[in-house]
Design a protein around this ligand. Structure first.
Ligand code: ADE
Length: 239
């Protein structure tokens, strides 16, 4: 998987993505990143990438030309069309199934906006997917791009070890993860639940599943409608 990120702040992308699991996956060649600086493509003599909005109003609008040319250079180099995601609060909300779907692509382009947005005409020309990471407004698209790249990369075969890939797969089943504990068995006067020390794997699995049900019912009850619940689960939740 190759990610291209069109941005005026390439350092915001490069630093984060070269760290931890994603950095290791990049070192192994399973994924790669390229932050493309939109400013490198402006034809403006002052290297400007934005301008005043037609019709007036506050803020600046990112110009079409440098974005279009930066995008075109990527496509020409790749030699094939590439799905292009524009990060915007006006997009469809990013969820786990979307991460799985994007992970099937050979490459992806992320377009990060700033200020009051981007000239609509270039969006019409190059964007295939409008995506929001949630109902809040950020100062730019870089953090949402990094969030999406992290979630998508987890779904790319080889990025996670077998052990890691089991972690938090529960959201896939529309249930939240059960609580976890590590040594010591007592800390700050609080004991680890006895069942986790029992060595009875079937009982541990059952307890963890019940904890997932309880957590989901408390924090995200709407997820239970989409979860595949057994008759036993339904009875348990009614208690
Ligand atoms: N840009 C600003 N806010 C955003 C959000 N919530 N999701 C995606 N892109 C954004």
């Amino acid at each position: 998987m190759k990610y291209y990120v069109l941005t005026i702040f390439p350092e915001m992308i490069e630093q984060v993505l070269s760290t931890s699991i994603l950095g290791k996956a990049a070192d192994k060649g399973i994924i790669s990143f390229e932050a493309v600086n939109i400013r490198d493509y402006t034809l403006d003599k002052h290297k400007k990438t934005d301008d005043y909005p037609y019709g007036g109003g506050a803020g600046m609008v990112m110009s079409a030309q440098p974005i279009y040319d930066a995008h075109k250079a990527i496509i020409e180099r790749a030699g094939h069309p590439i799905r292009t995601i524009y990060l915007t609060p006006q997009g469809s909300v990013f969820k786990q199934p979307m991460a799985k779907e994007f992970a099937k692509e050979e490459d992806l382009i992320f377009l990060c906006g700033h200020y009051e947005g981007i000239d609509e005409r270039v969006l019409e020309e190059i964007v295939t997917d409008y995506v929001s990471i949630g109902d809040f407004v950020l100062t730019g698209g870089e953090l949402p791009a990094v969030v999406m790249i992290d979630a998508i990369s987890r779904m790319v075969p080889g990025v996670l070890t077998n052990e890691e890939s089991g972690i938090n797969e529960s959201l896939e089943g529309n249930l939240l993860e059960h609580p976890q504990y590590t040594r010591p068995a007592e800390w700050n006067g609080k004991k680890v639940p006895d069942i986790l020390l029992s060595g009875d794997h079937a009982k541990v699995d059952q307890w963890r599943h019940e904890q997932s049900l309880i957590r989901t019912a408390k924090a995200r009850p709407e997820l239970l409608n989409k979860a595949e619940l057994s008759d036993k689960d339904v009875v348990f939740l009614k208690q």
